[in-house]
Design a protein around this ligand. Structure first.
Ligand code: ARG
Length: 245
């Protein structure tokens, strides 16, 4: 009697473990790493993170039947979060870049973007070529940071948030800011006396970063993005935040 009880208990607990094992493998969330300091792509509205990237990520999660979880962090922590599996994907207005491609894979691009130069109105800096020898503010770890580092004799001031670089320009502590065009437009409308140079610094493409070994998710994201593009939903999301000039 006793022995059969033990066997029964053993079988029962094995079943529980097997069941728990199955449940663990069934993924129900899609964790997005971002840096919500980047309007109109990701920013805070009350305690919500909203913007183009948040909506694209939500649409992908819906398509994959997963619950979207957004983790807000420093921009230069996103790649590491994706690599370590702390996040499933990085969606942060992230430019496809050679160096990043050594550490993560990128989805198909979902939009074209540009780095632009913000100056004070009436600045002697009239084109990107005039940045030589200047004090340039950037957000740490962004492509703006990388490009500023290539400008001859320039001093690069790195800020945790793009907005802080703009504030520093406003206070005449630096001569210019190199940052992505759409956030630049938002920051310039929030601060009087600033202007964006007509000539862009570079043209780039934004895509979603996924861990090198997670090609299954990469394929799923690409398939979802293709659907969003075909249905016109991608354009609709972007158009909601970026008004045509
Ligand atoms: N496009 C630039 C880059 O990839 C800047 C992105 C900054 N994004 C953000 N959410 N702060 O480096």
């Amino acid at each position: 009697m006793k022995i059969s009880k033990i066997i029964c208990a053993a079988i029962a607990s094995a079943m529980v473990l097997a069941f728990a094992g199955c449940a663990e493998k069934e993924k129900t969330t899609l964790v997005m790493a971002t840096n919500a300091e980047f309007p109109p792509y990701e920013y805070r509205e009350g305690d919500q993170i909203v913007g183009i990237d948040a909506e694209i990520a939500q649409a992908i999660a819906d398509d994959l039947g997963l619950e979207l979880v957004i983790e807000d962090m420093a921009f230069d922590s996103i790649i590491a979060a994706v690599q370590s599996g702390k996040a499933d994907m990085g969606v942060a207005g992230m430019t496809i870049d050679e160096d990043r491609l050594k550490n993560v894979n990128f989805s198909t691009p979902y939009t074209t973007a540009a780095q632009v130069v913000i100056v004070k109105e009436g600045s002697e800096i009239a084109s990107p070529a005039d940045l030589v020898g200047k004090k340039i503010g950037v957000q740490l770890g962004t492509t703006g940071d990388i490009f500023a580092g290539d400008i001859a004799d320039a001093t690069v001031e790195r800020f945790n948030k793009g907005f802080e670089a703009v504030q520093s320009l406003n206070q005449d502590k630096i001569d210019a800011v190199i940052i992505d065009r759409e956030p630049a437009k938002v920051f310039v409308t929030q601060n009087e006396g600033l202007a964006i140079l007509d000539e862009a610094y570079t043209i780039e493409e934004y895509a979603i970063a996924v861990a090198k070994d997670n090609t299954e998710l990469l394929d799923q994201i690409n398939a979802s993005l293709a659907k969003l593009e075909e249905s016109g939903k991608l354009e609709e999301i972007i158009g909601k935040y970026i008004k045509a000039e």
